[in-house]
Write a protein that binds this ligand. Sequence first.
Ligand code: ADP
Ligand code: TPP
Ligand code: MG
Length: 323
Amino acid sequence: MGEFELIRRYFARESLNDPSVYLGIGDDCALLCPPTGQLLAVSIDTLVEGVHFLPGTPGDKVASRLLGAAVSDLAAMAATPAWFTLALSMPSFDQDWLEPFASCLAETAQGLGIHLVGGDTTRGPLTLSVQVHGFVEPSLALKRSGAQVGDIIAVTGYLGESKGGLESLLKEEPETPTIAHLRQRFYAPTPRIKLARALAPFIHSAIDISDGFLADLKHILKASHVGAKVDADAVLLSHELLAFAGNTALARQWALTGGEDFELCLTLPSEHWEHCQRKAQALSIPLTCVGEITNTDALDIWESGHKVHYTQDGYDHFRSSNG
Ligand SMILES: Nc1ncnc2c1ncn2[C@@H]1O[C@H](COP(=O)(O)OP(=O)(O)O)[C@@H](O)[C@H]1O
Ligand SMILES: Cc1ncc(C[n+]2csc(CCOP(=O)(O)OP(=O)(O)O)c2C)c(N)n1
Ligand SMILES: [Mg+2]
């Protein structure tokens, strides 16, 4: 099969019926119409075989991980997903991999309300990049730089589960229901778009957790010129994570530093806390207060009444060891 037949068969299957897409797949560029008065939010993410997923991972699992993680960046800005482009490099034409990849990509995109409008397909090591585009009202866009002293630090969902799923894959553990749950969290992140949109008017700063909660919180602290006090005991640890990790200390370490949770870390003034919690409850998403923004230049982590230190705060592509 040739390059253009592949694109037609797998990626240009349906014609788009969206007024914001003037011209989609098939020309030198897509032509798109952002709504007037809104900002265009743009972000790109890449997955590399052997770096982000294990060799031999089925196409559907790569697709949900790829798009979920990319759209999570839109959630972190409180943007509504609109369009994405896909750059795909693979060593050879592999129908058994491409078919589930393309089907799951289309299904995930539909669920997230985002449309594939173009891309690029080449031969090379298995690498996938997705550029996502979304819209956000200028007054609602959530930045890393807005945290204020006294803000509550809150996180969504159960951190560390994705790291548990990855560890179970690296150890080639047989798939029990507990492990299936953790692997699902690794392979199929759920961008918190609805919650971000609902909370945006009350939030001072936000980031999505990709490298690790502590590492990503540090980006907020640096951008906002503030410090933080984190209560590690307050971080929710799911039954599944505790069961797989085998002890609370390891589960907590994964939750604080494991990464790829694609949950949100938010800071907000305490007077809005109860209202935000009710909004999260209505969407059945846990929202947990895990600390406070301080006027120091440090990130202090407290556990059982003691200040503790984590040697690694998250994943770094160019550091030699990543825990
Ligand atoms: N090669 C690059 N060229 C320009 N900007 C980059 C490059 N790599 C990363 N960035 C920018 O640096 C910032 C941090 O990147 P990253 O940690 O990958 O963000 P995220 O976790 O949101 O994906 C982002 O604003 C991103 O756009
Ligand atoms: C085979 C394998 N080894 C290790 C990891 C762990 N890992 C790889 S990248 C990464 C951090 C997130 O990826 P990145 O590309 O930095 O995402 P971004 O911050 O740009 O959203 C983590 C925890 C993995 N997912 N798969
Ligand atoms: Mg990135």
